[in-house]
Structure formats: C-alpha cells, structure tokens
Design a protein around this ligand. Structure first.
Ligand code: SAM
Ligand code: DTB
Ligand code: SF4
Length: 326
C-alpha cells in the first residue's frame, strides 16, 4: 500500500503531515487523473462540506507604484502597464466597500497594498481600516508586503484574521521572477505572521513559465511550513500587457487542476482558493477545480487591478453546480 492510500484509511488528523519529500509530492501530482481527483475529493469530504465555497472580496487600498520587480505584476514601477498609481485610500471609502461586499455575500474582506513593506502613518491608517472592517462583521485579511514582528503584532491587536503573503513558486525558480527580495524574506514574514497568531494565507502562481517540478516544489514548501496555511491561494497568471510575462503561453488546464488537487491532498484541512485567473477559465474548468478540492474564491468584479467574473456570472455558476457560499 502506498503512503497516500494508507493515509486515506486513517483518521483525518493523521494525514496532516509536514514532512513531505518532493518525490512523494511528485508521485501524488502525477497520479492518473481520475485517481488524483478521487483521492482529493475523498479527503476534501473528510474535512469540508463538499458543496460549500468560502467567498472573499478584494480591495486594492493602495494601487501601483510598487518598488518590487515581480515579473507578473501590473503594479510594479519597473513596467509600463498603463496603471495610474494611487495614494492610500481614505478609511471611510474602505469601510463603504467592505459594507457593500458583506451585503453582496462575502464573508472575508482582503485589503491589498502595492508596497514592499508598510511604513509610518500609512501603516497606522491600515490598522484603523482593519478595526473598522472587523466592526462591519467581516473576517479581515490584508496583504501589504513584508512585515516585521512588531507590525504583525500590531495587525493582530487591530483585529486582523488573515495575512496573505505568497511564496509564488519554487525556491529554485523564484529568482527568475523576482530579484528585489528573496525566498527567505518571504519565509521570515510568514514566521512573524504566524508568531503573532494571525492565520497565514499563502500560495502561489501557476503559468509563470515554471516547470512541473517547480509546481511540485512550491506545494512541498507550503505543506512543510510549521503549520499549513489556513488558506492556500492558487493563482493562474493573469497576463498583463507591459509586464515581462505578457507573452507567456497558457498553462494547460489539466496541469492547473492537478496543482489544485495536489494542494488539497497535501493540506487537507486548509481552504484552497481558486484565485486569480478565473476570467480566463471555462465553467467546466472551474467545476473540475471544485471537484479537485478548491473551496474558496474571490467574489466581485475586480481582483486588485485586473478583472474577475462579475457576481451575476458567479451566482449562475454556483446555481449550476449546486454550490453555496460559506
Ligand atoms: N505587495 C504585496 C505582496 O506582493 O505580497 C501584496 C499584493 S500582491 C498583488 C499579492 C499576490 O497577488 C502576489 O503574491 C501574486 O501571487 C498575486 N498576483 C499579482 N499579480 C498577479 C497576476 N498578474 N496574476 C496572478 N497572480 C498575481
Ligand atoms: C492572491 O494570491 N491573489 C490575489 C490576492 N492574493 C491578493 C491577488 C491577485 C492579483 C491579480 C492581479 C491584479 O488584479 O492586480
Ligand atoms: Fe509589489 Fe506585490 Fe506587485 Fe510584487 S506582487 S510588484 S510586491 S504589489
């Protein structure tokens, strides 16, 4: 009996492992597709309602002008993507957007800022935003770049539930995508977030030009963190004109679904978010992702700066698939 089938016959808590080898992860990733989806869906049902999908809404509270050089990102100052940089939003406007998101059915509100790291008075304003959004009855999430330990504690005290900070890809491929900070910088911020008692939201991007081995390595890194991230966003690259990755060939849809299914099997108790890139996906592909164990999405017409399916289209998709927001 291989390790995975042994795991599946055990009690749920027995399969939450942090000692995956890349060979083991590759073996899961490369299972026959039907077998992979069956195992992912079987595990999914041990931990979650298979028809419930968590919905988060994103808001870019500080857009563009970012000093980092992430090759995929429309907000980097290094690329001309036609995006107008904007100052940090007013608190009241953020609260209004959060209220609208809650009324539309979102349970979590994620505030994103195009910063290398937050500083000074602007950080104080974000703390206030977090408290005010929490008071609206929403779970709070923020993604503001690198944090030190003190900042992580201040966010926790303000009421932050989740912090999003992605590893994005494998340690080996990382330097081909971002040169202005290191993998270890990312891991250090994740440690500060975890130590402050904030839930970690951490995942990556598929379709950057990485090899399957990089996808395997990313998933292995995520699954071997001291605690599995509470949510694991799997983004499909949104190809933005002006970025160095604008001409990337499309990632094969089956390969993307394999990535979702492997994330589900490795981190069975975590929410796996079918994240950026849904506008370019068919309903059938999204249905396969849900079958593979994705149980969270971004809901609302916009991600941070790029498009997302409109809420009407998502409502129709949920009705077609008998899914309900959770
Ligand atoms: N500046 C902060 C940071 O990098 O941590 C927060 C915002 S950043 C936009 C959050 C994440 O969005 C990135 O880590 C990346 O995974 C994802 N992302 C950015 N641009 C993307 C794109 N064009 N396609 C898919 N995902 C993207
Ligand atoms: C994540 O993993 N994906 C979201 C969220 N975390 C912040 C962002 C996707 C951004 C896509 C490009 C854009 O809209 O600017
Ligand atoms: Fe800046 Fe984040 Fe975009 Fe990188 S992904 S350029 S850090 S906003």
């Amino acid at each position: 009996m291989n390790n995975l089938s042994h795991c599946l016959s055990d009690k749920p808590e027995a399969v939450v492992r942090h000692d995956w080898s890349r060979d083991e992860v590759r073996a899961v990733f490369e299972l026959p597709f039907n077998e992979l989806l069956f195992q992912a869906q079987t595990l999914h049902r041990q931990y979650f309602d298979p028809n419930a999908v968590q919905v988060s809404t994103l808001l870019s509270i500080k857009t563009g002008g970012c000093p980092e050089d992430c090759h995929y990102c429309p907000q980097s100052v290094h690329y001309d993507t036609g995006l107008e940089p904007e100052a940090l939003m007013d608190i009241e406007d953020v609260v209004l957007a959060a209220r609208r998101a809650r009324q539309a059915g979102a349970t979590r509100f994620c505030m994103g800022a195009a910063w290398r790291n937050p500083k000074g008075r602007q950080f104080q304003r974000v703390l206030e935003m977090v408290s005010r959004v929490q008071a609206e009855g929403l779970e709070t999430c923020a993604t503001l770049g690198m944090l030190d330990a003190e900042q992580a504690h201040a966010l926790k005290a303000a009421g932050l539930d989740y912090y999003n900070h992605n590893l994005d890809t494998s340690p080996e491929f990382y330097g081909d995508i971002i040169t202005t900070r290191s993998y270890d910088d990312r891991l250090n911020t994740l440690t500060h977030v975890r130590d402050a008692g904030i839930h970690v939201c951490c995942g990556g991007i598929v379709g950057l030009g990485e090899h399957r081995e990089d996808r395997v390595a990313l998933l292995c890194e995520l699954a071997n963190l001291p605690e599995h991230p509470g949510s694991v966003p799997i983004n499909q690259l949104v190809k933005v004109q002006g970025t160095p990755l604008q001409q990337q060939p499309d990632i094969d849809a089956i390969e993307f679904v394999r990535t979702i299914a492997t994330a589900r099997i490795l981190m069975p108790a975590s929410y796996v978010r079918l994240s950026a890139g849904r506008s370019a996906m068919t309903d059938e592909m999204q249905a396969l992702c849900f079958l593979a164990g994705a149980n969270s999405i971004f809901y609302g017409e916009k991600l941070l700066t790029t498009g997302n399916p409109d809420t009407g289209a998502d409502d129709v998709l949920f009705a077609k698939l008998g899914l309900h927001p959770a």
